[in-house]
Ligand binder design. Structure first.
Ligand code: 5GP
Ligand code: MN
Length: 318
């Protein structure tokens, strides 16, 4: 069971839930991610047994080589497998995809559950479990799935394309003692530094380009270090500029080890997937996408400003 680099709530929640379900059916299953996941997911039941390739590459290689099936969850391009990418390309092991991203190359997989009109991979896993083995749904599986769905929808604020999302969640919530508690465990866990970084990002670093209905926040390594940046601390920052009526697209640009990461969000039918795919080695969904450039922060921001005019008309539509 393999999820994407920089794993988020959906990557972790969906893969742990599916592994627990398959274990109940008698299969031997291991969950693996390329690098560490944010601390606000560490409490999830089963998260402690996830293998992190960064930390134990040899063991992970042995697991990958001895597996007879690989499940690929919450990503559809091998480039999203981080440091496992090469291994994944070499392995002849049959691969099964469960994912909700666009532009899937189905020829890479022996089987695929690839749906873009669902909120999350966790929703797809939940629907599958409810359909084939609802009797196996327990508190642990339901908790993991709810976290996947709640994080990928920004607490049911976006990426809801069908009413079924709610009926599936209703069945999951029946299995947990308190949905409110789950929400708190995910969202009310900020360190003081993280909240102050958010304040700084919005107050000091948000650039508004009215001409393009766009907001850009950039945070370089020095700024992140100043707030004692921990994995996951910039999660969600990109959403805030969209809360202004006038904003159609929001971009968060962060400097990482030897690279620059882009997070794109949009409202309505403006597709940040197209922007991320065309210019930033990335992709994702219509309203949420990401990308990576291996260049300086200055060059990254320069490119971003240079591509905006191409999208001006679409950004200002309606
Ligand atoms: P985030 O901004 O939260 O990192 O990512 C937003 C969405 O875009 C997520 O659904 C994520 O899976 C997708 N995404 C992020 N980075 C990349 C990337 O580099 N390539 C592709 N294809 N999708 C990405
Ligand atoms: Mn997802």
């Amino acid at each position: 069971m393999l999820a994407h680099v920089n794993p988020d709530g959906d990557a972790i929640g969906s893969s742990v839930a599916l592994s627990q379900f398959l274990q109940k059916l008698g299969h031997q299953v291991e969950v693996m991610v390329p690098n560490d996941f944010p601390g606000f997911l560490a409490w999830l039941p089963g998260a402690s047994s996830i293998h992190i390739y960064d930390k134990e590459a040899d063991l992970c290689d042995r697991i990958l080589e001895s597996s007879d099936t690989l499940f690929i969850l919450d990503f559809n391009q091998f480039s999203r497998a981080g440091n496992i990418k090469k291994k994944l390309e070499q392995l002849q092991t049959p691969k099964i995809l469960i994912d909700h991203h666009r532009d899937t190359d189905l020829s890479l997989f022996v089987g695929a559950l690839s749906e873009t009109e669902v909120s999350s991979t966790a929703e797809l896993v939940a629907e599958t479990i409810l359909h084939y083995g609802g009797q196996y749904l327990d508190e642990s599986i339901a908790t993991n799935l709810l976290v996947g769905i709640v994080t990928d929808t920004g607490s049911f604020a976006h990426s809801i394309f069908r009413a079924d999302t709610f009926s599936i969640c209703a069945k999951l919530i029946e299995k947990v003692p308190s949905y409110t508690k789950i929400h708190q465990m995910v969202y009310d866990t900020f360190s003081e530094n993280r909240l102050r970084l958010l304040g700084y990002a919005i107050n000091n670093k948000m650039e508004i380009l009215d001409e393009y209905s766009t907001a850009i926040i950039s945070l370089d390594k020095e700024e992140l270090a100043r707030f004692d940046y921990q994995v996951g601390d910039t999660e969600g920052v990109v959403n805030y500029p969209l809360s202004m009526n006038k904003t159609r697209m929001s971009v968060l640009v962060t400097e990482r080890q030897g690279m620059v990461r882009f997070s794109f969000r949009s409202k309505g039918d403006f597709s940040v997937h197209e922007v991320a795919q065309k210019y930033f080695n990335g992709g994702g969904h219509t309203n949420a996408a990401g990308g990576t450039l291996y260049c300086s922060m200055e060059a990254a921001l320069d490119l971003l400003h240079r591509v905006l005019p191409e999208f001006k008309e679409l950004l200002n539509k309606e």
